[in-house]
Design a protein around this ligand. Sequence first.
Ligand SMILES: [Zn+2]
Length: 442
Amino acid sequence: MTQEKVDLLIRGGYVLTINSDDQVFPEADIAIQGDKILAIAPKLDVDAREIIDGEGKVVMPGLINTHMHETLPRGICEDLPLNRWLEEICFPLDRSYTHEIMMASAMMNQAEMILAGTTTFIDIYRYPGACAEVAVNSGLRAILAPQIMSSPVGVGESVDSAEAFVAEWSGSKKHERVIPAFGPHAPYSCTPDDLDRIAELAMKYDTPIHSHLSETLWENETIRERYHSTPAEYYDAHGILSKRLSVAHGVHLSDSDMDLLSRLGVSVIYNPTSNMKLASGIARVGAMQQAGINVCIGTDSNLSNNNLDLWEEIRLGAILQKLATSDATVLPCSQLLRMITINGAKALGLDDQIGSLEPGKRADLILLDLSKPHLWPQIREAKNNTIEQLVYSANAADVSHTIANGKVLMADRQMKTLDLKDVEQKVILAARQLMANAGFSK
Ligand SMILES: [Zn+2]
């Protein structure tokens, strides 16, 4: 048989494809050519320029973090209710970023995600141009939604600054891994006029829209007072609800809101840690799924989580739903893995390219090292426990390799695209500057 030479071969791993049949290969090779998966099969007869030994490891699609903000500080605003958390800490910080501070912040966030096995993320925050530059260099797939706030002024991006970013990264700076998007912050912080413009611009540039929706009861009451509708109905009245929209939280969606979102193809992102920590409430994930909504999982920001570890997020998210519904059967393990892979890809309209391991798709994948006591024993007999071990016992540090678009971003826990020592120095200086700009320094 002729020997083909491929760019990268992952040999002998336990492969979870997360394809439509949740196909598992107990031992298979994955051949990667350029940015794509060429073949997945046991004992591929190919030669490769680079080989990664998958023995004793799980190989699965790269994780998709469908809601986060690339913020810099953490641990400085604990134990506050959402309104004080926003007004006393977040807003002064949000208005104090500069392009340079954001560069350092994006490097830190993207390094943390690579180390945790995330290969695609949706960021809704400030200075998206800085985040985009960092993503080009880090190797991650980034969906960047400038966080638009009509009020208070200066805390977020404006429709104009967002359009300038989208135009630039859809045009002269277009990059295959950077997808510009529009990010109306929330129903209570965006005016009807701004929402109308965002809906129009998203169609014009054919971009995703990402937002927060029905996070708190306060939000629902405020929108009821202002517009006599639910937050979802308010967005619908301004053309925001469509397949291109994904929304974080959805904690206080009514049954009819869920029907509306389902009918219009809106995806919802469940953020259990953030919702618990800010005491926002418990999203009705089962009801959303029953209504036919595509539900994904995100970490939210380092200010409300305080990490970007999707492994922790699925574990807590599942346990919380079981407790809240008094039903231990909700959110089974295989479903949780889909929520941080293929469902995220669907939310972005990228499910034909990423989210599962299939020949022809982009080579976005990760390896997890199972050779640790907290992941023992791996049982491969009748009662196989690998997926369950990942959901309930694994953590970010178990990810040994992260590969995005065919490029190795981390191998054996060593970063390949970002220099962590350099990033740490930049983060220390940026944090000092940000705190001073926000008036938090002595
Ligand atoms: Zn958020």
